[in-house]
Design a protein around this ligand. Structure first.
Ligand code: NDP
Ligand code: A1CAB
Length: 263
């Protein structure tokens, strides 16, 4: 197993930073003495056993790999020097050139996990500025603790994935909520409608995982059946379902691009 050295998470007390920290320890990928996390206001009451600090400069000095897990709005307040260290940002929108300029590191990467990394079902695309194979292996070793990982060669694709897979359960939940709302409108009691819709969502993920089919094949097999589901799918598509999803992701992607001051 690759030795990751010391890993420092700036913003390790947050939603995503906390999920990554917990996963690194729970899977045994890092021993607690190899993990340093920083917080701003409140030290989390956790049982990870890692070191906690409010001093990001000290964290950057002690860590071999530094992960930036603060909100894009807080990025301007982070002043660290990290020459020769691997710096991985999970921040939405902040471009690599800004991260390299601010940290003085040439070993910079962007990764875009989603919150499901905390339960090992995340998806993390990453983009690395250099061709350094050992840095790529290091990034993959970190994020494979939390699910699937892919390298993308175009930084713009990280911004697109910020909107798409970065939203994690949000868009499937949105569809599920719409299913429940439609059933409620039809007169089905609220608790039953939500219970039914939620079970459909959970089963969809599990079936997809075990069937070996792609989602396109799943949709097509229902269309080919030519029953009630096919009628519903075709009506949703005729009414702009695909265009609405495409438009929503485009707006979220543009929002990601707008989240950094320097672009
Ligand atoms: N949540 C998600 O699913 C995803 C998030 N991201 C990205 O990950 C980043 C973090 O998001 P998320 O975890 O949701 O946000 P949170 O607000 O939950 O966490 C951010 C954390 O950073 C802390 N923080 C801010 N400034 C500092 C500082 N100077 N030193 C130490 N800690 C600091 C905050 O502390 P305090 O509470 O005290 O302000 C907070 O605990 C964002 O850039 C986001 O775009 C990317 C993909 C998915
Ligand atoms: O909603 C957000 O801004 C964060 C970043 C990517 C996914 N969630």
């Amino acid at each position: 197993m690759m030795d990751l050295g010391k890993v420092g998470l700036i913003g390790g007390a947050g939603w995503l930073g906390g999920a990554i920290a917990a996963r690194l320890i729970e899977t045994g990928r890092l021993t607690p003495d190899r993990l340093i996390c920083s917080y701003r206001r409140t030290r989390p009451d956790d049982d990870l056993g890692c070191a906690w600090t409010t001093d990001n400069v000290a964290l950057a000095g002690a860590a071999d790999t530094i992960m930036l897990c603060v909100r894009p709005d807080d990025w301007p307040t982070i002043r660290i020097e990290a020459a020769d260290k691997l710096v991985i940002s999970v921040m939405a929108g902040v471009p690599l050139k800004q991260i390299a300029a601010r940290t003085k590191s040439r070993r910079v990467a962007r990764a875009l996990p989603n919150a499901a990394v905390g339960i090992g079902f995340g998806y993390t695309p990453y983009h690395l500025a250099s061709e350094d194979a050992s840095d790529a292996a290091r990034i993959e070793a970190i994020f494979k603790c939390g699910g699937l990982v892919d390298r993308v060669l175009d930084e713009d694709h990280i911004d697109y994935f910020t909107a798409m897979s970065g939203s994690g359960a949000a868009f499937p939940a949105l569809l599920t909520d719409a299913l429940a709302a439609a059933a409620i409108k039809h007169g089905i009691p609220e608790t039953i409608a939500h219970r039914a819709a939620q079970q459909v969502l959970i089963a969809a993920g599990r079936l997809q995982e075990t069937s070996g089919d792609s989602v396109s094949q799943t949709v097509q097999s229902f269309i080919d059946y030519e029953g009630t589901t096919a009628a519903g799918i075709l009506a949703m598509r005729r009414n702009g379902f695909d265009e609405i999803v495409d438009r929503g992701l485009w707006v979220a992607y543009r929002k990601a691009l707008s989240m950094s001051s320097g672009r």
